[in-house]
Ligand binder design. Structure first.
Ligand code: IPE
Ligand code: IPE
Ligand code: MG
Length: 262
């Protein structure tokens, strides 16, 4: 796919988001509300991923990117971190065959080198098995940080093309960002009530529609996802233009479609 950038050209505006990015927050509070240990919330959170992936595929969403573990989440108690790692390993072992049967391509982004070798191997195997699937690309962001992504991209670019140290353009950098294979997210969802990005896709969210809900991640069901998509569909995405320009452009493309000239 050609790499597109919302700050280089106005992108296509799809009726159903092509790319949804989710900060899956609120597992700990979900558990606390039930007088359960935080672990129980993480376990329910992982279970909720399956129905979200299915619902996105059924709605025609092409890319789903989930924030599973941030580069700052290492600051948590060591038992919680190791439980989350154990959940990743379990989920990969259990779910990858099913993802593959359903035509889903699996990708992981983030600084994976910090993970234990078994987890790195499971991720590599899942990516290799599913690499040619086309129905939906499920990207899991693990040990991911938006700043890391940009720094890492610049470093890789300069290593491969040292002459660019004298000066480079946005288009030079784009192929090195970790989501270079996906269009920028159309819709960002954060569950759990906080209204912040928490170092998720800093570069890629430049023109993404943001949606925040108090619903905790384990409770974020298909109906809740539909509400988020409905909210997206009510927005006018202007990308710097005026509302009149946007309506004019929409009218012109409807006319072209009606006259069959594409
Ligand atoms: C998100 O849920 C999951 C991860 C960060 C791994 P939290 O664990 O942050 O849940 P809260 O915010 O404490 O409720
Ligand atoms: C963001 O959630 C990271 C993930 C969901 C993986 P956090 O719960 O870690 O975010 P902060 O620390 O409250 O901003
Ligand atoms: Mg949280």
């Amino acid at each position: 796919m050609a790499i597109t950038s919302s700050t280089i050209a106005v992108p296509e505006i799809p009726a159903v988001p092509r790319h949804i990015a989710i900060v899956m927050d609120g597992n700990g509070r979900w558990a606390k509300q039930r007088f359960l240990p935080r672990f129980a919330g993480h376990r329910r959170g992982v279970e909720n991923v399956r129905s979200t992936v299915r619902a996105c595929a059924e709605n025609g969403v092409e890319f789903l990117t989930l924030f599973a573990f941030s580069s700052e989440n290492w600051r948590r108690p060591v038992e919680e971190v190791s439980f989350i790692m154990q959940l990743f390993r379990g989920a990969l072992k259990r779910e990858v065959a099913r993802l593959h049967e359903n035509g889903i391509r699996f990708r992981a982004i983030g600084d994976l080198a910090r993970f234990d070798p078994e987890l790195q191997r499971l991720i590599a195997e899942a990516e290799a098995l599913t690499r040619d699937n086309t129905r939906l690309t499920l990207t899991v962001a693990a040990n991911y940080g938006g700043r890391w992504d940009i720094m890492h991209a610049v470093a890789r670019m300069l290593k491969e093309q040292p002459q660019l140290a004298a000066g480079f353009a946005e288009a030079d950098l784009l192929p090195y960002l970790s989501l270079a294979y996906a269009p920028e997210p159309d819709l960002f969802i954060r569950t759990g009530g906080e209204q912040r990005i928490s170092n998720f896709l800093l570069w890629q969210l430049a023109y993404t529609e943001l949606y925040f809900t108090d619903t905790l991640w384990p409770d974020f069901d298909v109906a809740a996802l539909q509400l988020a998509i409905a909210s997206y569909q009510k927005r006018q995405r202007r990308f710097g233009r005026t509302g009149d320009q946007v309506e004019g452009a929409a009218g012109a493309s409807a006319l072209r479609a009606a006259s069959g000239s594409g």
